[in-house]
Design a protein around this ligand. Structure first.
Ligand code: BG6
Length: 481
């Protein structure tokens, strides 16, 4: 490994999302969110992609693990104390929109919901943990998806602006870092969670997906404006799902296809949110989806907002890489984070088929920094795995340590290359409900939670072997992995 030192003040920590850990889904006035309507189990995405899925909660037929999740709503003090024990410098969490505006379209916020995050933030600050807030992480109020048709509807810009203003003005004196939309580009493969679009309300019409993105870009720019005017010290980030992509081979046809895949998937949203304008290849990307620029409702005022209020830094998730092949030379496929693809013969995959590629993270950091020249924050990374509790209660998760160690080495490599990296928050620092499968058994945490896929368990928290390892890494600022 390279012997580069992580910069002083590097933000080591962990990341979660409200819908995947809080539970308390109807407490203190919280309204239902789209995540509450997604059934548990590996069929989750298949069910949500079926033509008749209409967001109805059918408890006779399905289980809904997000309703209770790991009950962080009542355990947050204990959980944050454990994060502090690991030495976290930063904690990334999201605000459940439906705790603040239960139906999304109210004009007055729910004070009890706001108070919960006041306490959460105070608890972080008590331990000198810097809060990093994702304003919207896969959980718009259910009403906005069901009755407004999700993000394709421009009214959502108004609702989001109200939500973002409320949150930024309430917490923005104590919180310096905000992200607008989690994995905004994920809609290219699966617009359910980030745009509230299912086949029933237009997910299969690409025009809706692009219009929804535009509306989210405008909403994000408005949030940046609000934050910078409220407190110039606030740093606003976009958040993208980055999966480094390789051409399957040296065939120029695959190389070009890979370049265009990168433009469309990895860069398109960031190009708009960081550079403040639609990229030059937009017309090609639209054309490949049967659309022209004229199909989108984009006003000059909106385009001007995008230009003026771009984000300050880029945050991204990185779990795996992918391969582009359009020449029919490979027939081996793999699963992946919202997208599968062709198998890379040089890589191993996780139990869920995600191809593990630490070098791809060093490439990602270099590619992003070369292109945008703004600070980067890795706000998700980790290994979803089945853990075994030994007879003495310990959890020997060496596989997780190996995964994280190799990715931290890759970050060090990128820092050595001159990339400006702000911090690293591994995903699911405490076990939580999986977004793609609704399983508890797909665990990422340093902290084990006694809860199974059927919702049975004491909810007791315990420290895995990786807990002590990460504690040491933070303490020595990445010099001893
Ligand atoms: C990211 C999401 O795609 O990956 C998280 O932002 C998600 O919400 C994480 O949990 C891991 O994916 P999964 O499906 O294993 O939970």
């Amino acid at each position: 490994m390279t012997d580069i030192k992580f910069p002083k003040g590097f933000l080591w920590g962990g990341a979660t999302a409200a819908n995947q850990l809080e539970g308390g889904y109807q407490e203190d006035g919280r309204g239902l969110s789209i995540a509450d309507a997604l059934p548990g189990g590996p069929e989750r995405f298949k069910i949500a992609s079926s033509p008749d899925f209409n967001w109805e909660i059918d408890s006779d037929k399905y289980t809904y693990p997000n309703h209770v999740a790991i009950d962080h709503y009542h355990h947050y003090q204990e959980d944050i104390a454990l994060f502090a024990e690991m030495g976290f410098k930063v904690y990334r969490f999201s605000i459940a929109w439906s705790r603040i505006f239960p139906n999304g379209d109210e004009t007055k916020p729910n004070e009890a919901g706001l108070r919960f995050y006041d306490h959460l933030i105070d608890e972080c600050l008590k331990y000198n943990i810097e809060p990093l807030i994702t304003i919207s992480h896969y959980e718009m109020p259910l009403n906005l998806a069901k009755n407004y048709g999700g993000w394709k509807n421009k009214q959502l810009i108004v609702f989001f602006e109200r939500f973002a203003k409320t949150v930024i003005e309430r917490y923005g004196k104590r919180v310096k870092y905000f992200l607008t939309f989690n994995e905004i580009n994920s809609a290219a493969h699966f617009p359910v969670m980030s745009q509230g679009l299912v086949p029933n309300n237009g997910a299969n019409d690409q025009k809706n997906v692009f219009q929804a993105w535009h509306n989210q870009f405008v909403a994000s720019a408005k949030a940046v404006k609000i934050a910078h005017e409220f407190n110039p010290n606030i740093q606003m980030g976009c958040m993208i799902l980055y999966a480094t992509s390789y051409s399957y081979n040296a065939n120029p046809v695959n190389q070009l296809a890979n370049l265009q895949h990168n433009q469309d998937f990895n860069f398109f949203c960031a190009d708009v949110q960081v550079r403040g304008k639609y990229p030059s290849y937009t017309h090609r990307y639209l054309a490949e989806n049967g659309l022209t620029e004229a199909d989108l409702d984009r006003t000059p005022e909106e385009l001007d907002l995008l230009k003026q209020y771009h984000v300050d830094f880029i945050s991204f998730s990185y779990y795996m890489s992918s391969v582009t092949e359009t020449t029919g030379e490979s027939d081996e496929t793999v699963a992946g984070n919202l997208m599968g693809g062709v198998k890379n013969p040089y890589l191993q995959a996780s139990d869920w088929g995600w191809q593990i590629d630490p070098t791809g993270l060093q490439i990602a950091l270099n590619e992003l920094y070369d292109r945008y020249q703004v600070p980067l924050f890795i706000v998700e990374n980790g290994l979803g795995a089945k853990d075994v509790v030994e007879a003495d209660g310990s959890i020997q998760d060496d596989y997780r340590i190996d995964y994280l160690r190799s990715h931290i080495e890759a970050i060090a490599g990128a820092i050595n290359d001159g990339v400006d990296v702000m911090g690293y928050t591994p995903w699911g620092c405490i076990d939580l409900v999986s977004a793609s499968t609704g399983q508890m058994s797909k665990r990422y945490g340093f902290i084990y939670v006694d809860l199974d896929d059927e919702g049975h368990g004491s909810m007791a928290r315990s420290r895995k072997q990786s807990f002590y390892w990460y504690q040491k890494v933070i303490k020595n600022n990445g010099t001893d992995l």
